[in-house]
Design a protein around this ligand. Structure first.
Ligand code: NAG
Length: 215
């Protein structure tokens, strides 16, 4: 049977997708390390940012809100590099799948990487360092909510861009294990947003209420 990823006959669907999952080496050391970083990083920055909001621990440590936020930014950035390196090493140990071995898939991968990088970089450009790295928890708020690109195409361009990049590299390299990791990245970011969005909304609502009182 000529099964391919775009062959939607039920028997083929099963053969293709069960085959993809079965080829993943879940027991590989770097695969586990990558999964740990992907789970740990968003938990880390949410816990630390809330701790900062309640106790100003980083502000005190760094001698100012802005320096505190830069310290957190540097830490999150380094954790991100560790995560990306472990992902890269994990992918090397994983088999490539013949199902994903086509120029169409690789081009789709390149497209995802490109779109992902555009989202991440333009988001950083719009928000700056403090806006990107949880400055609101330090009391460094944006004057206005940014609605310009990329925020007119995505509510969370950082997270969507990062997820798209993982997807892109997995497709480009033809690694089913990368697709599994991408799904996990997406899950972790979705969970993180459940904590971050209401908290940030509350911080800004508080600021707006204070502004209204002054007027
Ligand atoms: C978002 O903004 C960009 C740049 O201003 C614009 O080119 C694009 O059409 C906008 N997209 C949507 C969906 O509004």
């Amino acid at each position: 049977m000529g099964c391919n990823w775009y062959n939607l006959e039920p028997a083929c669907l099963k053969e293709t997708y069960v085959g993809l999952i079965n080829s993943v080496i879940f027991n590989d050391k770097w695969f586990k390390v990558a999964v740990c970083f992907i789970a740990f990083n968003p938990i880390f920055w949410n816990v630390v940012a809330r701790l900062e909001y309640r106790t100003h621990v980083l502000t005190k440590l760094a001698g100012g809100a802005r320096s505190g936020c830069y310290l957190l930014a540097l830490t999150i950035f380094s954790l991100g590099i560790a995560r990306d390196l472990s992902f890269e090493w994990a992918m090397r140990a994983q088999p490539t799948s013949p199902v994903l071995d086509s120029e169409l898939i690789r081009n789709l991968g390149r497209l995802c990487i490109g779109a992902g990088q555009v989202l991440v970089l333009t988001s950083m450009y719009q928000l700056g360092i403090t806006g990107t790295y949880l400055g609101d928890y330090f009391g460094i708020l944006m004057d206005n909510i940014v609605t310009a690109f990329p925020f007119n195409v995505s509510n969370n361009p950082m997270y969507h861009g990062s997820t798209l990049s993982f997807l892109g590299y997995s497709l480009l390299q033809g690694k089913p294990a990368g697709l599994v990791i991408t799904l996990f990245v997406h899950t972790m970011y979705s969970i993180a947003l459940k904590f971050e969005e209401p908290f940030t909304a509350a911080i800004y609502a508080q600021r707006d209420a204070q502004r209204a009182k002054k007027d």
